[in-house]
Design a protein around this ligand. Structure first.
Ligand code: DAT
Ligand code: MG
Length: 170
């Protein structure tokens, strides 16, 4: 079985409903390693790049607002991002996450148990889970810097960065 890495997001509805513990418990049944974890306030640019393949869908605008947590506002307008690693990780984690449409998802899956469709038709499906190997690589590299991951399966290189404005502790 190939060792794979993938991106999992606990979306703002999962944060607002205080489901982080429940979601991580369900995911832990797969006995995979968390090799990256952080809280992220999602910018419009990050949201649009993440979901670029859906840009022509009628629900794109609402999807971008949703992943940014705009409908919930402070302090729910954030996501928790994780990189998981394990054997056959993508297919196995997507099974635990459940189908995209929470109404069609296995009721024991995360989306089946905790997701809903709003009256506006937005799928509030609690988690994001990379769909295949190339998407997993693209998404991990979009959401995480190499130094934020314990051990990446993707190659890195050293570069000298000059005159970069960076926030540091005072
Ligand atoms: P997944 O998140 O299962 O990979 P996707 O990549 O096709 O599914 O879609 C990304 C997100 O867009 C999904 O989590 C919820 C939303 N979405 C997809 N199809 C939708 C639809 N028909 N109506 C409303 N939201 C939808
Ligand atoms: Mg997808």
């Amino acid at each position: 079985m190939p060792i794979e890495q993938l991106l999992i997001l606990i979306k703002p509805d999962g944060i607002k409903k205080s489901l982080t513990g429940n979601i991580l418990t369900k995911l832990s049944e797969a006995r995979m390693l968390i090799i990256g974890a952080k809280a992220v306030k999602v910018s419009e640019e990050l949201a649009k790049t993440h979901y670029h393949q859906l840009k022509d869908k009628p629900f794109f605008g609402e999807l971008i607002d949703y992943i940014q947590g705009k409908i919930y506002g402070e302090p729910w307008d954030r996501v928790l991002a994780f990189v998981y690693q394990g054997e056959d990780a993508i297919v196995r984690m997507r099974k635990i996450a459940g189908a995209t449409n929470p109404e069609e998802a296995d009721p024991v899956s995360i989306r089946g148990a905790y997701g809903r469709i709003t009256t506006k038709g937005v799928y509030e499906n609690v988690v994001h889970c990379s769909s295949d190997l190339s998407e997993a690589e693209r998404e991990i590299k979009l959401w995480f810097k190499p130094e934020e991951i314990v051990k990446s399966i993707y190659s890195t290189k050293k570069v000298v960065v000059e005159k970069e404005k960076r926030e540091v502790w005072t």
